[in-house]
Design a protein around this ligand. Structure first.
Ligand SMILES: Nc1ncnc2c1ncn2[C@@H]1O[C@H](COP(=O)(O)OP(=O)(O)OP(=O)(O)O)[C@@H](O)[C@H]1O
Ligand SMILES: [Mg+2]
Length: 283
């Protein structure tokens, strides 16, 4: 068993390839609706290494979710190319899993069945094997005591942990996280920072993680990409070399968070004038 698949009990259970390398070359996205034409993204060129944890921070509405949706294959780019290990993305695939701000769990299934659900696509697995993998994933996110609970019986943080377990159960090569902790209270979030760092160091999946929280960005990232206002382009790349696991309240995390915040503030200030002009022009 290699380090790329340590969390699957029984090495042959779910075939796990190495984490994904994601490449974007000159990617843009423009939405055209009957009422407007919105340049939402780019051009963005980007290379995310295998197992890298990249955080995307940018002003509200700049195009962060759009960027994740394109990599997930939910939408095609207007221009440019998105590649996973050199192969063009042509649609969604089991190698890339999205985690949303509001955990998308099925209310009619208990927690264990929610986690096991995605494993049905692995036809070679028996029901007992699917269950064993799901139980193991629940242990990893410390939810083993809630396997039989239904979703409405969980707290917000527990729901998000269940969503994480479900995403990891299928052994995706990349996790696309869209403000996954955005709706959680501060204490729950802080616990999850430790858990997600531990999971990442254990599973080494490639992660793209969107957040508005600059301290969260500094705590989790190998690299922070600060994006411009819409259409999102990469304004600044900040490499985070701090040792792991990182404490959310570490002074070095605070200093970095301050730097990221300064970049974001300057982007919002610089852009205010531009947006005002556009609004006056009726754009
Ligand atoms: N399907 C769509 N059709 C038309 N416009 C869209 C669509 N999806 C997004 N947009 C527009 O694209 C722009 C970027 O949206 P997006 O959701 O990517 O921003 P965001 O950075 O994720 O914002 P937030 O920080 O608020 O989550 C917005 O102006 C939005 O209105
Ligand atoms: Mg968004």
């Amino acid at each position: 068993m290699t380090s790329a698949r340590p969390f699957v009990p029984g090495a042959e259970a779910v075939p796990t390839a190495a984490p994904a390398r994601i490449t974007m070359v000159g990617v843009t996205k423009t939405f055209v609706t009957p009422r407007a034409r919105v340049d939402a993204l780019g051009p963005v060129s980007l290379e995310v290494a295998e197992g890298e944890f990249v955080v995307l921070a940018g002003p509200s509405g700049c195009g962060k979710t759009t960027l994740l949706n394109l990599i997930a294959g939910f939408e095609p780019p207007s221009d440019g190319e998105i590649l996973v290990d050199g192969k063009p993305v042509t649609g969604p695939g089991p190698d890339r899993v999205m985690i949303f701000q509001e955990p998308a769990l099925f209310p009619w299934l208990n927690v264990l069945d929610n986690v096991a659900f995605g494993l049905r696509q692995h036809a070679h697995l028996s029901a007992a094997e699917r269950r064993a993998i799901a139980e193991h994933q629940l242990e990893l996110v410390h939810l083993e005591g809630f396997a039989r609970a239904f979703v409405h019986e969980l707290s917000g943080g527990m729901k998000q942990r269940a969503a994480l377990a479900r995403a990891l159960a299928t052994a995706p090569r990349a996790l696309l996280c869209d403000e996954p902790f955005g709706s959680l209270d501060a204490l729950t979030r802080e616990r999850l920072y430790a858990e997600i760092q531990e999971l990442h160091s254990r599973t080494r999946r490639t992660v793209l993680f969107v957040t508005h929280n600059t301290r969260e960005a500094a705590c989790l990232a190998d690299r922070v990409l600060v994006l411009t206002a819409r259409p999102a382009r990469i304004k600044r790349v900040i490499t985070v070399d701090l040792p792991r696991p990182r404490d959310f309240y570490d002074a070095r995390v605070s200093v970095l968070a301050g730097r990221i915040l300064a970049e974001l503030r300057s982007e919002i200030t610089e852009n205010r004038g531009r947006n005002d002009e556009r609004d006056q022009a009726g754009d």
